[in-house]
Each structure stands twice: as C-alpha cells, then as structure tokens.
Ligand binder design. Structure first.
Ligand code: PHE
Length: 432
C-alpha cells in the first residue's frame, strides 16, 4: 500500500495535473479526469495489480506466465514495451524532479542569507547537475533495496505535504485575484468536456498519475501480501491519488491568477499557456515571496517534500527494468540499478541538450500513446487470455467472498470488452 501510493503520488499530481487543468480550461478537465480515472484507469490498475501479485516476477516473466502458448510472444513484448516506457518516463521525470531539488537548494541559500539566483533560474548546467543528483538518489535507493523503508518514511511525511498545501490554499484564497482562479477551477464548462484534446489529456493524466501502462503497478503488485483485499487497496490508492491532484489544483490554479494579477505573464496573446512545464516554478515562488521571512521556510519545506514525493515515484519506474535485469538476466540488483540508471541518465542529458526538440515529444509519446496502448494489452490478457478460475483464485486471496462481490460480477467482463474498446476509441478519436 505504501509502495503503490508512493508510486502514484508524485509530480504527476502536483506538477502535471495543474498544467493540464490550466491548458484545458479548468473545471471541465477536472471533471473528465475524475470520471476517466474511475471508469478506465481503476479497472486497469486492478489488472496490473492482480497479474503482479499472482506472478510475483518482473513484467516480462509475469506476462509470459499468464499467457497461453500462442500469446507468449505478445505477452513478452508487452513486458518489454512497458519497461521501455517506464525508462522514457524516468528520463523526463528526473529533469523536473531536479528542478524541485534546485528550488529547495535556492530556498536554503536564501534562508542562510545569501542571494544566488542560479538555483532558481533555468539553465542547462542547473538541469544537468540536479537531474544527475536525482538519479544518484534514485539509483542508490533501488540498488541498496531500501525502497520499502523510504516509502514507509515518505507516507509519514505526506500528511505534512497535504497540510502545507491546505494552508497555502487558504492563504492564497485571501489574495487579490484568487477568486477568478477558483471560478475557473470549480465551474466546469460542460460544452468542453468532450473535446478530443481535453479527453486525450485527461486520459493520459489518469494513466500517468496512477502509474499505469508501464508495469510499475505489476512489479509493486508482486510485493503485495496475499492477505490484502486487492480491489479495496486499488480503490484507496486511486482515491488518494485523485484527492492530492484536486488539492494541488486548488493551490496552483488560484495561485496562477494571483500571480497574473501581480504581473506574471502566464498565457500568451492567443490564450495558450506559456512555458507550461515551468508553470509551478513561475507561479509558486512568486507567491512564497509575498510571505516575507516565512516564505523561505515554506518554500524549502514545499520543494523538499515534493522532491521526496518524486523519489518514491522514480524508484518505482527504475524498479521495472531493474527487476527484469535482476530476475530474468541474473544481474545483481546493484549492478542492474547502476547500469540501467546511468543509461537512462544519459538519455535525460540528451533531452536537456535538446529541450525544445525532445521534452514534449518524449512526454507525449510515453503518456499519450504508450501508456494507454499497453493498458489495452493488459486488459486483453486479463480478459481474454488468462484462465478465469486462476484469476478468481488470485482475487479471492485476501477477499474470500470475492465471487459474490459486485467487483467480480462487473470487472471481468468490463476489462474484456468495455475498457479496451473505450480507451482505443478515445485514442483514435483524439489522434485522427
Ligand atoms: N504516478 C507518478 C506521478 O504521478 C508517475 C509515474 C508514472 C510513476 C509511471 C511510475 C510509473 O508522479
């Protein structure tokens, strides 16, 4: 539970979600995102968790183990594709997480009375140094197998992050300009909820935020004890994940309008969000500045907690290829983590050097294309390939009354027909 929620809650909620809200007109996006999380992402989360807990292996072995003789190749391919996607996600995630650490560093420097804008100003050197630092932390944790310790520790810190965000939400609500932000956030324009680009953003956000379609939840499923009730655990993770995203939106969207009121330029003349990836770094620091001396402490706390939340997600990404190198290729955990981690770091550096060319492309390829398609493949395997009684047997562990439950009456047919068809239809509609 600590692991799965640690993986789900991260930059996707606090950095990614508000950007998507701001670029898709506010409440309409929030509405669509919540619906899609419940009706499409949650069922797929369950598919990954149940395969993982049953197979107790890396993604390639797990997929092969639930395949029949004819579908083995496709099963293995799904596992490899997930691994590649997890690595691509880590490559951009670490860059953004590096910015979080840099801002934490910047707050620390001003707290001790120095002024150095290097930490908070965009530059290639800053991105590379902090991205590398973030990789060293991620690899170090995965290599030494202490991930579970970090996750438990971070679940204790998360309430502090939540309290901090709630206090900031209240503080911002008192500032001029905030009410315009609240209106945008809370009043969905229902004529927009079916717009193809909004739906694609909401779908990919729902998958990304729940760490789906890369095998992370499968690997983490393999660590879940047989005494846990899986549908309940999955639902708790999904609700917490949505809750934190919605809360982060209450912070960033009104803050954006306060910043705009104070002269920070956020939308260009055509009404498009400028420098979307840097939205929270433009908006939040300008807000912390309004708090006087306390601002540095709040800022330090916020960015440190964000870096920790990012770490519990990044270790879950690196874990996917490392589990494979360890389990299937027989490499030691330490070697696997360092080799794979350094290879992905090299790719991150390439992205930093070609930010305009690569960053958005990698994000979109991984989150709008790969994750949903792999999600469809997981549905295919659970719905059509895997033997129904083995599936039921696995779900019954931790929930003996499963066969009579609403979940079992609906979910198997749902992931067999409705879920894959709906995801595919939304993708096709958005891309064509
Ligand atoms: N869910 C994580 C977040 O919201 C990101 C993630 C994606 C983690 C895919 C693992 C796998 O930040």
């Amino acid at each position: 539970m600590a692991a799965a929620s640690g993986s789900a809650i991260g930059l996707g909620n606090i950095w990614g979600f508000p950007i998507k809200v701001a670029s898709n007109g506010g409440g309409a996006f929030v509405f669509t995102y919540i619906i899609l999380t419940f009706i499409l992402a949650y069922p797929i989360l369950m598919a990954e968790l149940v395969i993982g807990r049953h197979a107790k292996a890396d993604t390639v072995k797990s997929m092969v183990s639930i395949s029949g003789p004819k579908s083995r190749g496709l099963g293995a391919m799904t596992g490899y594709w997930g691994m590649l996607t997890a690595s691509l996600i880590l490559s951009f995630y670490a860059i953004v997480a590096g910015w979080m650490i840099a801002h934490a560093g910047g707050s620390l420097v001003s707290l001790v009375g120095l002024t150095d804008s290097w930490f908070i100003t965009e530059s290639m050197s800053r991105s590379i140094i902090f991205c590398t630092l973030f990789f060293v932390l991620t690899i170090g944790i995965v290599a030494s197998g202490v991930a579970s310790g970090i996750e438990k520790w971070s679940t204790r810190l998360m309430p502090i992050l939540i309290l901090l965000i709630i206090s900031l939400v209240i503080y911002i609500a008192t500032l001029p300009g905030a009410s315009a932000g609240w209106a945008v956030y809370l009043q969905p324009d229902f004529s927009k909820v079916t717009e193809p680009s909004l739906v694609l953003d909401a779908l990919s956000q729902a998958f990304f935020s729940l760490s789906l379609g890369v095998g992370t939840m499968m690997v983490y499923g393999s660590y879940i004890s047989k005494s846990e009730n899986l549908p309940k655990l999955g639902a708790t993770v999904a609700c917490m994940d949505i809750g934190i995203a919605v809360l982060a939106g209450m912070l960033v969207i009104p803050a954006m309008y306060v910043a705009q009121h104070n002269g920070v330029v956020i939308y260009d003349e055509a009404g498009n969000l400028i420098e979307s990836g840097r939205l929270i770094f433009n908006v939040l620091p300008s807000l912390f500045e309004t708090m006087g001396a306390a601002g540095n402490i709040v800022s330090l706390l916020f960015f440190v907690l964000m870096s920790i939340a990012a770490l519990t997600s990044s270790i879950s990404m690196l874990e996917v290829p490392v589990a494979y190198a360890n389990d299937s290729l027989g490499l030691s955990r330490k070697k696997a983590a360092w080799y794979v981690g350094i290879a992905i770091l090299a790719f991150s550096v390439l992205i930093v050097f070609n930010m305009d060319l690569l960053f958005d492309g990698v994000v979109n390829f991984a989150t709008q294309f790969s994750e949903p398609l792999i999600g469809i493949l997981f549905c295919f395997f659970v719905g059509w390939v895997w033997k129904r009684d083995t599936l039921l047997g696995e779900l019954k562990e931790g929930c003996p009354e499963m066969q009579e439950s609403f979940f079992w009456k609906v979910w198997p047919a749902y992931v067999r027909f409705i879920c894959p068809t709906a995801v595919l239809a939304l993708l096709v509609r958005s891309f064509i």
